[in-house]
Design a protein around this ligand. Structure first.
Ligand SMILES: [Fe+2]
Length: 358
């Protein structure tokens, strides 16, 4: 396949018009055209490390291949299937299912909870929120499919999480003070600044730490509901796009029409596209990836190159996925083709067309 006269957007090399030659699974040639007008935008396929489900499909039900399929229509070529706080046997049941699954865009499991703060549990069922135990961590060690764990570092026993190998650790649903966060040594915060101790001028907490510490990556649910536009702009101004990881936090009701739904024992009410628990807590992302990207662009005025970092490259970097999140000769051809308004026209995974808008 040759993608002619596209604006190639690479987070490192920048933006230029070229013909992009693809021979699955790689980008095999990039011929620069030396012109400025283009037919479409080619960005690294989106990578979303925080997906609980979408379009009625749930990670907790193990519907990975159907989720993959639907996410291609959103330009997503890599995602972490994200769990919610559950009893151990349920988590193990899911991890066993993952063991036998070979997907293309499925990158593994993001364990969100159960080792989070009860005070900041958000939509997680409090009865399953708990402190980490040696016994449970020993079980989790058997599953290299776990790539990311969100937990509250201020909790007793949280040091046990550091025994997990090959896993990126992230603070989230946490009541950590600034000092708790600093001493944890963590370099990442999940859906910043949601479900954290609010920033106070005498105790800035993990929100202050996330803004202040340069080497900390921040997940951002940029759906215009979880975080307002001014806060998105503030985060962008303080941290730059290279420390922002755009996520959807999509749940099974994301992408469905308004109504009352139930998944994994949680009732969710969707009103005007926004999912909430019956108590009124936000239950998950209101937007799919292209909308999150558009809103981020609108709130911050970020360049395409910055968008490529926040929508793909940064997530790949923090997960240690070398050669991903780039458009470069010799790297896997995970590419999303967009129009000038950032609507997805086509998605390629490993050089294969997985989605094409009719
Ligand atoms: Fe969450």
């Amino acid at each position: 396949v040759t993608l002619e006269r596209v604006l190639v957007v690479d987070p490192i090399d920048g933006e230029y018009v070229a013909d992009l030659e693809v021979d699955p699974p790689y980008v095999v040639g990039i011929k620069k055209r030396g012109i400025s007008n283009f037919l479409a935008i080619a960005m690294p396929g989106f990578v979303d490390p925080h997906v609980h489900g979408c379009f009625g499909l749930s990670v907790m039900d193990g519907e990975f291949s159907r989720i993959e399929e639907r996410l291609y229509s959103c330009g997503v070529t890599g995602f972490l299937a994200t769990t919610i706080s559950s009893p151990m046997d349920e988590l193990v049941g899911l991890l066993e299912k993952v063991k036998g699954y070979r997907g293309l865009s499925f990158l593994g499991i993001h364990l969100e909870g159960p080792y989070i703060s009860k005070e900041r549990a958000g939509a997680h069922p409090r009865e399953f929120v708990r402190k980490p135990s040696e016994e449970e961590i020993e079980i989790l060690k058997k599953y290299p499919e776990i790539k990311l764990v969100t937990f509250a570092p201020e909790q007793e026993g949280s040091h046990l999480l550091f025994d997990l190998r090959g896993v990126t650790l992230s603070a989230g649903h946490s009541n950590a003070t600034f000092s708790d966060f600093l001493h944890s040594g963590l370099k990442r915060i999940t859906h910043f600044p949601n479900a954290l101790r609010p920033l106070h001028h005498r105790e800035v907490g993990a929100v202050g730490a996330g803004l202040l510490l340069e080497d900390v990556d921040l997940e951002l649910i940029c759906d215009g509901v979880h975080v307002c536009g001014e806060m998105v702009k503030l985060i962008y101004k303080m941290k730059g796009a290279h420390r922002i990881v755009l996520v959807t936090d999509a749940i099974p009701t994301t992408g469905l029409k308004d109504g009352r739904y139930s998944f994994a024992g949680v009732t969710v009410l969707v009103e005007e596209g926004i999912s909430r628990t019956p108590e009124g807590n936000l239950a998950g992302g209101a937007c799919l990836f292209p909308e999150v990207l558009k809103k981020f662009e609108k709130f911050t005025g970020a360049t395409l190159r910055e968008l490529a970092a926040a929508s793909s490259y940064n997530a790949c970097r923090e997960l240690g996925l070398k050669d991903m999140g780039r458009i470069k000769e010799g790297t896997p051809a995970d590419v999303v083709i967009l129009d000038e308004d950032l609507n997805v026209k086509m998605t390629l995974k490993n050089g294969l067309i997985m989605y094409k808008k009719l």
